[in-house]
Design a protein around this ligand. Structure first.
Ligand code: AMP
Ligand code: MG
Length: 401
């Protein structure tokens, strides 16, 4: 077991026991928000044929070089309609947006630049070849357009549809168990006895797990008892990974650490970060387990800096196009911010964009029990160990999305 590891090392150790990546094929209309397991290539040229970008008339540019020209209308080309007749010199074909170009035509005049009188059209404006959308100008058949690990967002879904995919191969959602521990915890909405508090971490962790494309198997909290914890962990070890919160510090009642020491396998305990120092990672009967701190802010911060990248890397998420709950950015501090001795300091900051810069300020009390600070702020500093931040300085940060 390694103890007191740096952030990078913690992730490296955890990736030694990655989440297993499985693949399933699903119907395209069920694929919203899922993550592609393999790249997608186009089944078709896009556009499939030369077509008009405007409602107007398909013409021969050479007919429309000078002044108003009168042309004879020989047919109409509609999107999804029959193939239009060819046009010859002095002729034009009415055309709608997306409709195929008639052969013989090499330019489009917008309807706004014409006057029509029965079967004749007077061309008053320019005839433009630029109003033709060329076959395959967006994508050629066989061309790869969506990489593995991309999330099927609105635009990616529309692109998969454009390319003709009726089914897609996606990453199977791993089941991630979430278990809070603590004698003091009761569900929100119930009567509080003396000493009890409302349990909140499991709900936040479940939300984060879902936004990482996984299934959250949230369990009601368990008391600080080895027997109860063991029985629950045995059941949860059917899941692909387990996240616990609480019980990983030095306290007499920190049973997650104890049970992992005695009956599990701990790969590391404690990280050199603030907040969120006490997490552990290991396996419980073969299942990867992150023991997150109980302090509400700490549990979320450790998820952001450790669990989220572990999920993303294990499942091959694309760094730009995959599920995203945070993004590395450079921000300019508007005030001095204290770092931490020998620890990466993850202070909560509010990031806003102003005059072409990302500016960062702090607002509330930064205690690791103050969940309000995670809502009042939207980012975390990445101040290296023993380094304070000064007003006006540009530092690395995480923007929580
Ligand atoms: P622990 O890590 O178990 O020592 O817990 C640290 C602090 O976080 C204590 O004040 C706990 O009451 C609090 N805490 C632990 N788990 C939760 C939870 N699931 N929801 C809210 N607060 C918690
Ligand atoms: Mg506890």
């Amino acid at each position: 077991m390694e103890q007191g590891v740096h952030h990078d090392r913690a992730l490296e150790i955890a990736l030694g026991k990655p989440l297993e990546k499985n693949v399933e094929t699903i119907q395209f209309n069920q694929a919203n928000g899922r993550v592609l397991a393999n790249p997608l290539s186009s089944h078709v040229d896009d556009p499939r044929f030369d077509n008009s970008a405007m409602d107007g008339f398909a013409v021969r540019a050479s007919d429309c070089k000078e002044g108003p020209t009168i042309l004879t209308i020989v047919g109409v080309s509609q999107a999804g309609g029959e193939h239009p007749p060819a046009i010859g010199p002095g002729q034009a074909c009415r055309i709608m947006t997306g409709a195929p170009m008639p052969s013989g035509a090499d330019a489009i005049v917008m309807v706004e630049d014409t006057q029509t009188d029965q079967d004749r059209v007077t061309v008053l404006g320019p005839a433009r070849t630029g109003y033709i959308r060329r076959r395959a100008e967006n994508l050629a058949k066989g061309q790869e357009a969506l990489p593995a690990g991309a999330t099927l967002t609105s635009a990616a879904l529309a692109l998969a549809g454009t390319m003709g995919h009726g089914q897609v191969e996606v990453v199977k959602r791993p089941k991630i168990a979430i278990l809070s521990t603590g004698d003091e915890l009761v569900p929100p909405g119930t009567e509080l006895a003396p000493g009890q508090i409302y349990e909140s971490n499991s709900h936040a962790l479940a939300s984060l797990v879902e936004s990482m494309g996984c299934l959250a198997m949230r369990h009601e909290s368990v008391a600080d008892s080895m027997d109860e914890l063991r029985a629950t962990l045995v059941r949860l070890s059917e899941c692909d990974a387990i996240l616990t919160s609480g019980g990983v510090s030095m306290g007499e009642w920190d049973h997650v650490r104890k049970i992992m020491e005695e009956e599990g396998d701990i790969a590391f305990w404690k990280m050199r970060i603030r907040p969120g120092g006490p997490p552990l990672f290991g396996t419980w009967r073969g299942t990867p387990l992150f023991g997150l701190p109980g302090n509400p802010v700490s549990s979320l911060v450790v998820f952001h800096v450790l669990v989220a990248p572990w999920i993303a890397r294990s499942l091959g998420y694309h760094p730009e196009l995959g599920p995203r709950i945070s993004r590395r950015v450079s921000v300019m501090l508007e005030e001095d911010i204290l770092g931490a001795p020998r620890k990466l300091c993850l202070r909560r900051i509010r990031i806003r964009s102003e005059n072409g810069k990302l500016l960062a300020t702090t607002h509330t009390h930064q205690g690791s029990g103050n969940m309000h600070s995670m809502v009042a702020h939207n980012g975390l500093t990445l101040l290296p160990p023993d380094t304070d931040g000064r007003a006006g300085e540009i530092i690395e940060a995480i923007w929580l999305l």
